[in-house]
Design a protein around this ligand. Structure first.
Ligand SMILES: Cc1ncc(C[n+]2csc(CCO)c2C)c(N)n1
Length: 216
């Protein structure tokens, strides 16, 4: 079989890609051994990231070139605003995160860098470029979570963060995203493909910096 666009993007984003999906922070999650302070700072920053990410999903919805794509994206928006949001609230309660840190925490450098990438893509990116950033954020999370052992940690803060990202619905959504980016990528010229590659590499780097920031 010939190489897909998404495989091409991922292979050219090594070694960072593998560093993200095998990150020690994820091993700490599997073992239930991420210290409370690291888990708290990670989720507080991630909640801000998810806010930006939701705006990016909205941008994908607006920029999509067909109705069936908009429907798939709308389905994923529903997940971020329901199950994912209740997880954060319950985890914040368990970790003792106060109101200020839920609403307007001081952002880490890695969060600011990711936010800039997302808002630039939001403002100026084509549909293919928006899909590229979404694909990195979702596919890396599916890949690390799929490496989880069958026995989950006892603490729901760790366990649910894994199952949110390795369940069959999430897997189908990521598969859809990759196929969608392959479809749209097939019509791009060399210059636009190169732009997607730079974005893919940059987003992968942002994912790595994000995990590194919260690793003890
Ligand atoms: C830094 C960082 N990168 C990617 C994700 C993954 N992610 C972002 S929003 C969302 C739900 C959309 O389906 C998922 C899985 C994350 N949480 N944090």
């Amino acid at each position: 079989m010939t190489e897909t666009f998404t495989d091409w993007l991922r292979q050219r984003s090594e070694p960072d890609w593998t560093a993200v999906v095998t990150h020690p922070f994820t091993q700490g999650l599997f073992d239930g051994l991420v210290p409370v302070t690291s888990m708290r700072s990670y989720l507080v920053q991630d909640y801000q990231f998810v806010d930006d990410f939701l705006a990016l999903l909205g941008s994908a919805l607006a920029k999509a070139d067909r109705y069936s794509s908009r429907l798939a994206i709308a389905g994923s928006i529903a997940v971020v605003t329901s199950e994912e949001n209740t997880y954060f609230q319950r985890a914040f309660d368990a970790l003792g995160v106060g109101e200020a840190d839920r609403v307007r925490p001081k952002l880490d450098e890695a969060t600011v860098a990711f936010r800039e990438l997302i808002s630039d893509t939001n403002a100026r990116g084509s549909y293919a470029e928006v899909l590229t950033v979404l694909t990195v954020a979702e596919w890396t999370y599916l890949e690390w979570a799929m490496r989880a052992p069958a026995a989950l940690p006892e603490n729901f803060v760790h366990a649910e963060w894994i199952t949110l990202h390795n369940n069959p619905d999430f897997q189908s959504w990521v598969r859809w995203l990759c196929r969608e980016l392959d479809r749209v990528g097939a019509d791009l010229d060399e210059r636009d493909r190169a732009r997607c590659l730079r974005l893919f590499q940059h987003a992968t780097r942002c994912e790595l910096d994000f995990f590194n920031t919260h690793s003890p």
